[in-house]
Design a binder for this molecule. Sequence first.
Ligand code: ADP
Ligand code: MG
Length: 629
Amino acid sequence: MATGKINVSVDNIFPLIKKFLYSDHEIFLRELISNATDATIKLNHLTSIGEAKVEYDNPMIEVKVDKEGKKLHIIDPGLGMTEEEVKKYINDIAFSGAEEFLDKYKDADKDAGIIGHFGLGFYSSFMVAEKVEIISKSYKDEPAIHWSCDGSPKFTLKKGKKEDHGTEIILHIAEDSTEFLEENRISELLNKYNKFMPIPIKFGTKTETLPKPEGAKDEEPAPTKEVDNIINNPNPAWTKQPTELKDEDYKSFYRELYPMQFEEPLFNIHLNVDYPFNLTGILYFPKLGNDLNMQKDRIQLFQNQVFVTDNVEGIVPEFLTMLRGVIDSPDIPLNVSRSYLQADGAVKKISSYITRKVADKLSSLFKNNREDFESKWNDIKIVIEYGMLSEDKFFEKSDKFALYPTVDGEFFTFEELQEKIKDNQTDKDEKLVVLYASDKEGQHSYIEAAKAKGYQVLLMDSPIISHLMQKLETSKEKLSFARVDADHLDNLIKKEDTQISKLSDEEKEKLKTNLEEVITDKGYTIQMEAMDSNASPFIITEPEFMRRMKEMQQSGGGGGMFGMGNMPEMYNLIVNTNHELVGEILNTKTSKKRERLINQSLDLARLSKGLLKGEELTNFIKRSYEMVK
Ligand code: ADP
Ligand code: MG
């Protein structure tokens, strides 16, 4: 038997490893299974090129828990290691790798996220084991070896007993890590990290029910048999070519990824490039609706089918983190912090590739089946709008497929919309005014008034829409958006021909005084307008700019600098001086009646804006009954 001392500068690096990676102990299993998989694939390769002459049928990696013996075994049928190789790869290289790792990240921010996912490799097993043994036999004609180490830099190396090529790693689980002797815990880890690894992994057995033999009686139980419990799918959908997959295959892979998710995805995007970087994956658009706060972190990142993380921030553009699915790329550096990741050239390219693929897919869906695309719009718009806001490239491309729905359920692209409304909705300054509503029911009377003038009204109800309108206004020329209740219509779309007022300036002054006497403390700014005599006498409006800034601040970002999030709502009261009722208010002799007319009209205006509530509403209803009596 040989003993030796591993050549490291730190006397005992294991306590350090343990301390440093305290939150990520569980990754040891992923690391050991990765090594087992690598060794098996390497041997496969050597056999295929005739370098190795060994039996190589249906290789399988096995994980075994020995609870009584407090041991965990990882066994692979891979290429194994000779004595020389153990000295080189385990004693020297793996150790120096561990040391280098510590050196580099001793002072690093422990919360830096992805750093914790950086594999320490073989030595991560010392995070959970007080002693580790390797029994290995190389595919080369050399005796088996038995290496063992208790966590100090001393190790022993002797001849081992092993007939077949491959490696068995035995972890003597430490007192503080006995959770890794629980089958459930190991199952959980295998399912998390190894679910799609390329070599089958066996963990115990399971009982399979066989079909009943012909003529069996009903009460007879179906026969069963014990079979290997293979925990992984070695050929997940994303590793296949898109041409090999049908729609159903994508859907069933989605169910495999999210077994608890009952809703089907709307569509998927298959990612597949090998130059200038290597990336495969499948992204799914789930039904998103209007909820911005829906759960992110659903995209899983793999490297060569080994799960790394479900936090893809910095790799996938932010707006796409609402999607689901997998991406697999060996080219994403994982041993770096998030901020470094975002500055990394390769990662930038990956991110823009993904954005482009998503845009191309949306554009082809739109082209190939517009009706279907329209029917899905409300469930996907939030991603698209978010993307338009945050990625300029995506904004440009989105012109082809971004839709603007009307309150009547028609969908226009921006170009179509422009064409449709330019004659009627261009104001005297040549500006195209797009009218919209955010709540079809709540703004009904305003919508109807706009429609009566032949205007199109869009329904823009997503939570970030105010930001998007702001962006559209600044990037397209001579364009403005106005909510239907932002002002009186003739002010929203100012045309040359102004209405002539039935009232003289003097009468207007008098009317204003009358109104102000009654409407004292409600904070309305009164605005006299000569409008169509058929338009409402009183209209409450909410100026676009202030409202939009406020909304923008509430949904985060722009507008915040004005600190408007806490400002009270601002309302204007527009009085139609051409309306008969307004004339009556002016001409009423008794102040009592005038007051009643004003209050009743104001309440009606507030009612159609949805502002009349509580006690005021009760009083209004009471008063109205009195009047109809
Ligand atoms: P890495 O996998 O990044 O090379 P590790 O520390 O995980 O680093 O492993 C160090 C080396 O030890 C591997 O490169 C490999 O040569 C050898 N090794 C580890 N596990 C096995 C195994 N199960 N079979 C054969 N060789 C192995
Ligand atoms: Mg490794």
